[in-house]
Design a protein around this ligand. Sequence first.
Ligand SMILES: [Zn+2]
Length: 267
Amino acid sequence: MLIGTMNHPQQNVLEEIAWMADAGMDFIDLTLEPPGAASWSVDTDAIHATLERHRMMVVGHTAWYLPMASAIPEIREAAVAELRRCLHRFGELGAKWMNLHPDRHTPWHSREFYIQRNLDTIRELLPHAAKCGVGLMIENLPGDYNSASQLSDLLNPIPELGLHLDIGHANLQVPHNTTEEILEAHGKRLRHVHLHDNKGGHADLHLPLGTGNIDVCRSVQALHACGYDGTITLEVFTPDRHYLTYSRDLLRNLWNDCGRAKVVNGA
Ligand SMILES: [Zn+2]
């Protein structure tokens, strides 16, 4: 299991990589967003060299606000163009996966309409993704894409699409955390994980682990149960990086301890 974190899109990417390396991160969850990390202005050669120097990997992340299901065709096409550019950048950096945030901002339209527009966008991106050597994965979002069946609407029609599970999101606007049900249904498609804490309800607080009401040990057991041993991004958003390093150590310990507990129980 590899632990990473995300760059702040207002900051210089190279400086972000430097402090992440100091904090012992295995990879950067690189979000290509303006103003600090725009897909059209980042220096991928310099980023690549800096990652090599620090022996870090990269996972691809894109802006969460792209209108990939817009009811206005030209606006949806602009989202496709931006995502194609991101794929190209991540291909240059050697990323294996790039995430997508499924869209639902289509007032006066049915769910079926915006599901179809999301699928259109993903299908248009697939040939370009293959050319760049980068896979596509969708992130679960509170509201419309946060249960196993809601995610089936996107995952079932496109077998090559990966799942990017955000365990913090799985705790929002739901009667109970949906991590386990999503992994039971789609665990074989899991390609990347985001982890952060919150107190349920609607507020996506991105707290340090252990400070909200998410049972991190139980989440780790669910990841073990589907055989996952990949990248986990600590999406802990705080100016005080001690909270991030605390979360890193907690996750590493729980990954070992909760894993062992599961083996004992299963024996
Ligand atoms: Zn996330």
